[in-house]
Design a protein around this ligand. Structure first.
Ligand code: ADP
Ligand code: MG
Length: 256
């Protein structure tokens, strides 16, 4: 295992001299894994292999960067992990359960409850405020009456999340009144409203200048610590991967 792929060791209490106050983290558990993933796309009669046997393990609480050149299959891999698409061969496991072959309704339920998805483009609704955009998943998942019943609690949580991503002063702004970085941080708050256990982000800074990109990365990092999240981020920018615990590099459809 090379340096860049080694998971940082779990923090253990160093000595008794700190009065036992050092954080105790137990041995890291695997939250998600992919085994021998193959995926091809059909171009006319031609079958173009994109992933040729990818294995990976995502440790609970870790920040993993998946890097590789444009076209190397990063988005394809992230979509398979998110169960938005199915592999031709191989398996995806989440919390010790195989998920790639579940019926679509069960996959959708896992996505809604456990996965926070973030994409390069923010997919915010232009007519809605920051607060309303963050509440959208709850409106969609809950149904009208259940949403109304729970609305106060949802609003409280949404407000907290918006403050956590540093947008407390943008609560009633619409997307067109915000910077790209602010829009992406709104999308991050939206991804967290259902209390997911893992964030799957595809080039979340890909559309941002360096400063906004750094702010988004800092936001993901601090949320990961505060909310005890696991983060998987796809990026073509190797320098962004520096803040990750572990980097997985895709070359020619394989992890190197
Ligand atoms: P990356 O995210 O690393 O840039 P992608 O996973 O998007 O790479 O794409 C990998 C390869 O698969 C590319 O050659 C791309 O053209 C091809 N590809 C991606 N999605 C599709 C699709 N839906 N149909 C056909 N080819 C696709
Ligand atoms: Mg991509």
């Amino acid at each position: 295992m090379s340096r860049s792929t080694a998971v940082k060791p779990a923090t253990l209490p160093l000595s008794k001299s700190d009065g036992g106050k050092a954080p105790l983290k137990l041995a890291t558990q695997t939250l998600m894994s992919a085994n021998n993933i193959h995926k091809s796309y059909r171009k006319g009669t031609l079958e173009v292999p994109v992933l040729k046997g990818v294995d990976l393990e995502i440790a609970e609480g870790s920040f993993t960067a998946i890097v590789g050149q444009s076209g190397s299959g990063k988005s394809t891999l992230l979509h398979l992990l998110a169960t938005l698409d199915a592999p031709d061969q191989g398996e995806v496991h989440f919390q010790d359960r195989r998920i790639d072959n579940l019926p679509s309704r069960q996959r959708e339920a896992i996505r809604n409850q456990e996965f926070g998805l973030i994409f390069q483009f923010y997919h915010l609704l232009p007519e809605l405020s920051t607060l309303e955009n963050v509440l959208v998943p709850k409106m969609v998942q809950d149904g009208f009456f259940s949403y109304l019943r729970n609305k106060r609690a949802y609003k409280k949580r949404a407000t907290e999340l918006i403050e956590m991503v540093g947008l407390g002063h943008r609560m009633t702004h619409r997307p067109s009144e915000m910077s790209g970085g602010e829009m992406q941080r709104t999308a991050i708050a939206r991804a967290l409203i259902s209390e997911p256990s893992i964030i799957l982000a595809d080039e979340p800074t890909g559309n941002l200048d360096e400063q906004n990109g750094d702010e988004v990365l800092d936001t993901l990092n601090s949320l990961r610590n505060q909310e005890n999240l696991t983060v998987v981020m796809v990026t073509h920018d190797a320098s962004l991967a520096q803040s990750a615990d572990k980097t997985i590099k895709l070359v020619d459809g394989r992890v190197v």
